[in-house]
Design a protein around this ligand. Structure first.
Ligand SMILES: Nc1nc2c(ncn2[C@@H]2O[C@H](COP(=O)(O)OP(=O)(O)OP(=O)(O)O)[C@@H](O)[C@H]2O)c(=O)[nH]1
Ligand SMILES: [Mg+2]
Length: 326
């Protein structure tokens, strides 16, 4: 399933790198309350010709190889607002898109995405856009102790490195509104015609893209190998992680894990755990203190100590300007 719009699901039959026509489908009653998300492999019955007016039914969802989840805390005033949602199913790679300026990078947000990627067993790739406006040094310095793959993108940059990293897999783009996800998708898939918005509209609650769409990448040269799929998603304000256990949170911080090995088993690694060895680990220069601070902010936000609307982006993580809404 590659796109959803008002209860109508767009599906394609994929055979190697050859795709069939777009088939419009609705949910069959037997699915019950199971949600169908972009990336799901589904079984269809009915009219699967894909011709105008044809409507098929989704009768089954295959077991997912991965499920990228986020707790939607955009709207935590309603019970539904705290629901954990699967964003995309069966993805292999999470492409964390962050602009280097306009809007400024938020390492707190990137850290959350990394946790979500490790939790979903999806490989992370940092994609730093608008490299024509600012340099990547501060962000890369913050992640210096991680083996985090990254690509730099500017309007005229060569995308062959990125294409090589996308080949043969399903990759999901996530990032704040206005960082250039759809711009990038349009460059990668010229036929995509994804709407692109002016950053001035950002922060007024408007997002240019309103639903996730999976797009087949065009073949590279004459190669017959699968060039992969890319999923454009609407900009998000935060990546809610309430569904991730405190233990799993740490896996988004591989640079800190070794520092916890000599801790008492019951240590929760918060600033209140007097015996926590992480402080000494950082003081001895084994990890960046900003990373420990970010980890503890995440722990605290999960414990409900901090208002998720004000804490979620760290002011200290190498990006000074809080001027832009997170
Ligand atoms: N200078 C510069 N501007 C860029 C670059 N990439 C994108 N932009 C501009 O940034 C603005 C936002 O781009 P979009 O592609 O709509 O951003 P998005 O991430 O898809 O936003 P949402 O759909 O709201 O989540 C547009 O005005 C783009 O022209 C870049 O590499 N450099
Ligand atoms: Mg967009």
């Amino acid at each position: 399933m590659i796109a959803v719009d008002r209860g109508r699901y767009g599906c394609v039959v994929v055979d190697g790198s050859v795709d069939g026509p777009l088939i419009t489908a609705m949910r069959a009653r037997e699915l019950g309350r199971k949600s169908v998300v972009v990336g799901d492999r589904v079984a269809l019955v009915g009219d699967v010709t894909g011709m105008a007016g044809a409507l098929a039914r989704i009768v089954r969802i295959s077991e997912r190889t991965s499920a990228l989840r986020r707790t939607a805390d955009d709207d935590d005033t309603t019970p539904e607002g705290r629901l954990e949602r699967v964003v995309v199913a069966n993805a292999d790679q999470l492409v964390i898109v962050s602009a280097l300026a306009d809007p400024p990078p938020r390492t707190g947000f990137i850290d959350r995405c990394l946790v979500a990627a490790f939790d979903a067993d999806v490989e992370p790739l940092l994609c730093l856009t608008k490299a024509d406006l600012a340099g990547p040094e501060a962000v890369l310095d913050y992640y210096a102790e991680l083996d985090l793959p990254y690509v730099l993108v500017r309007p005229d940059s060569d995308l062959s490195d990125l294409r090589a990293r996308l080949a043969g897999r399903i990759s999901v783009l996530v990032g704040h509104s206005g960082v250039g996800k759809s711009t990038l998708v349009n460059r990668l898939v010229p036929a995509a015609l994804r709407a692109v918005g002016a950053v001035s509209a950002v922060g007024k609650g408007r997002h240019t893209s309103t639903s996730a769409v999976a797009l087949r990448l065009p073949p590279v040269g004459r190669s017959r190998t699968d060039p992969g799929w890319i999923v454009d998603t609407p900009g998000i304000r935060s990546f809610g992680l309430a569904h991730v256990s405190a233990y799993s949170l740490l896996h988004g911080f591989p640079d800190l894990i070794e520092g916890t090995l000599t801790d008492q088993p019951n240590c929760e690694h918060t600033g209140n755990d007097a015996d926590c060895r992480l402080d000494a680990w950082v003081q001895s220069g084994k990890a960046d203190p900003r990373r420990l601070a970010s980890y503890r902010r995440l722990l605290a936000s999960r414990a409900g100590d901090v208002d998720p609307h004000t804490h979620q982006e760290d002011p200290s993580g190498g990006d000074a300007s809080p001027a832009h809404p997170a």
